[in-house]
Design a protein around this ligand. Structure first.
Ligand code: AMP
Length: 546
């Protein structure tokens, strides 16, 4: 027998409707690409989203079509997001830091029919336009201006499109499992892969991400998502913010420390989210300005491990509670969050501080297991010491990549994250290493395999391994460990130069270290873990690293 309760599909448009109805005048502050601040509120955001939905209909975009966004965190982007997903289209948020070939690949792979873009990305649009034939509409998310029209004559302006529509619109109701948005993530080799989220997965994720033991969000908060909307939906904050009806401060393109400090102080931000690199420059700027960031009660740090010194500085200098979180594109992204339990508050303060450094524990909705690295399904001991591969199951965890016929799960239904960690009896995860062959620099991925392939293309390189070395500013930077061919006179400088024009500049290794031999496993694989042990700290003491 079924329960006798109403059924309502979990739809993204409901999040916005809730905010518009019960938090109508709660402000949204947004920095435009010209640096000017703009103030609106949830009711306006919702009305414009409805206008946007009608405008997309008028452009003949139909249910299930992909519409891309190439934009910073700003109010037009937020409106367009809700307009796209709410009306049954799929919002494909694009990372502008991908290089043009990858952008072309993902736009064609998603079969995007329209692209909404900030003026900043106009040169990028022009550079790739000839290679993305399925895109019929180019919609600029900045105020209309002649310079943009001159550079892209077919451009449409979002402001014009919504001005032509009324806000009389009823969001369509459809199956909650309908696809809502698409984010691509880097593969170890080859092209990026898409994670296709559903309305249901997104709404459930927003609910749990807002809980006291997650971000502890409420209508009293003023939230600053520094993490870009193109990085797994700014970790879901624009959805959670609507769900609780809090104030949102959207930082636009100004992600430098000084701009962020000013936003926090000017708008009395209570919670902000970003990768460690962002916080690093914010701490430098805060120290210089002498601010105490008084409004900031907590910050969420994820995307890479939070350095202990950073957590201590926020706690001791700024009385700001750092919430360390771990997740990934394939997990929408929330996997674990670090919040203490009641019993931990009774521990000596040093032990409490130590506990806060872990990546935290899974919230309801995420199941987590660690399996033996050798034998894929045996669970390891959860003693806080034994390491294993982290695998996930849950309502907002990927089942297969976009456009793929094959499931991405293990034979017994788990998603392998490629991270290596230990887990203690209380469910706290300590990420210790990465099995996937990727380096994460300032929140962006670099494929070590690609760096190695380029090096191996040099006639005087016999073998090469690219590893992630710890870096004080970028968290990780690539370092190449290479073996020269006999008689070679190749220098470090020449090999670094060899990367020019073969890869984006920020992906070129910081150092090349020549060795006589690279350690190999019994099966002939390069022992990267050993190399990381030996060379993982080489950038910490070098002058250019600071
Ligand atoms: P992405 O899909 O780009 O969000 O990257 C997800 C990956 O970033 C994870 O699989 C981890 O390798 C890494 N990561 C995310 N959060 C953390 C964290 N708090 N500590 C260590 N690594 C992290």
């Amino acid at each position: 027998m079924h329960g006798r309760m109403m059924f309502q599909p979990l739809l993204i448009s409901d999040l916005l409707e809730h905010a518009a109805q019960y938090h109508a005048d709660t402000p949204i502050y947004s920095k435009n690409t010209n640096g000017q601040m703009y103030e609106t509120h949830w009711k306006n955001i919702a009305d414009n989203a409805k206008r946007g939905a009608k405008a997309f209909e008028a452009l003949k975009l139909g249910h299930g079509d992909c519409v891309a966004t190439l934009a910073w965190n700003n109010h037009r982007h937020l409106e367009a997001w809700y307009a796209i997903s709410g009306s049954g289209l799929i919002c494909h948020t694009i990372n502008p830091r991908l290089f043009p070939e990858q952008l072309i690949f993902i736009i064609n792979d998603a079969k995007d029919k329209a692209i909404l873009f900030d003026k900043t990305f106009l040169p990028l649009i022009n550079a790739i336009k000839a290679h993305i034939p399925l895109v019929k509409s180019f919609i600029c998310l900045d105020a209309p201006d002649a310079e943009i029209v001159k550079a892209l004559p077919e451009v449409l302006f979002y402001d014009d499109l919504i001005a032509a529509q009324s806000a009389e619109y009823t969001w369509p109701e459809f199956d909650e499992n309908t696809a809502s948005s698409l984010c691509y993530t880097s593969g170890t080799t080859g092209n990026p892969k898409g994670a296709l989220y559903s309305h249901r997965s997104t709404v459930l994720h927003s609910l749990v991400a807002s809980l006291p033991d997650s971000m502890n969000l409420s209508a009293k908060d003023i939230i600053l998502p520094v993490v870009p909307m193109f990085h797994v939906h700014a970790w879901g904050t624009p959805y959670s913010a609507a769900l609780v009806g809090c104030t949102v401060v959207l930082p636009g393109p100004g992600l430098d420390g000084d701009s962020l400090v000013k936003l926090i102080d000017d708008y009395k931000v209570t919670i902000a989210l970003g990768v460690p690199t962002i916080w690093q420059s914010l701490l430098v700027a805060a120290k210089q300005s002498g601010t105490k960031l008084e409004s900031l009660t907590r910050n969420v740090i994820g995307g890479s491990a939070c350095p202990p010194s950073m957590l201590a500085t926020f706690r001791d200098v700024y009385q700001c509670e750092t919430i360390h979180a771990w997740g990934m594109t394939e997990a929408s992204p929330l996997g674990t969050v670090n919040q203490p339990k009641a019993k931990h508050l009774l521990l000596p303060i040093e032990q409490q501080h130590k506990l806060r450094l872990s990546q935290g524990r899974p919230p309801f909705g995420v199941k987590l297991r660690l399996v033996d690295e050798e034998n894929g399904t045996n669970e390891v001991a959860y003693d806080g010491e034994t390491h294993g591969n982290v695998q996930l199951k849950g309502h907002w965890i990927i089942e297969r990549y976009f456009g793929k016929d094959q499931s991405s799960l293990t034979s017994d239904g788990w998603f392998d994250t490629g991270d290596i960690a230990s887990l203690d009896q209380d469910g706290y995860l300590h990420i210790s290493d990465r099995a996937k062959d990727l380096i994460k620099s300032g929140g962006e991925w670099i494929s070590s395999v690609e760096l190695e392939n380029i090096a191996m293309g040099h006639p005087e390189v016999a073998m090469a391994a690219a590893i992630a070395a710890t870096h004080p500013k970028w968290d990780e930077r690539p370092v190449l460990i290479a073996v020269k061919t006999p008689e070679s006179t190749l220098t470090e400088e020449a090999l670094i130069q060899y990367y020019n024009d073969k890869i984006a500049k920020w992906q070129i290794p910081d150092r090349v270290i020549f060795v006589d031999a690279i350690p190999l496993s019994g099966t002939g694989k390069m022992l990267k873990r050993k190399l990381r042990e030996d060379f993982g700290d080489v950038l910490l003491n070098s002058a250019e690293a600071i």
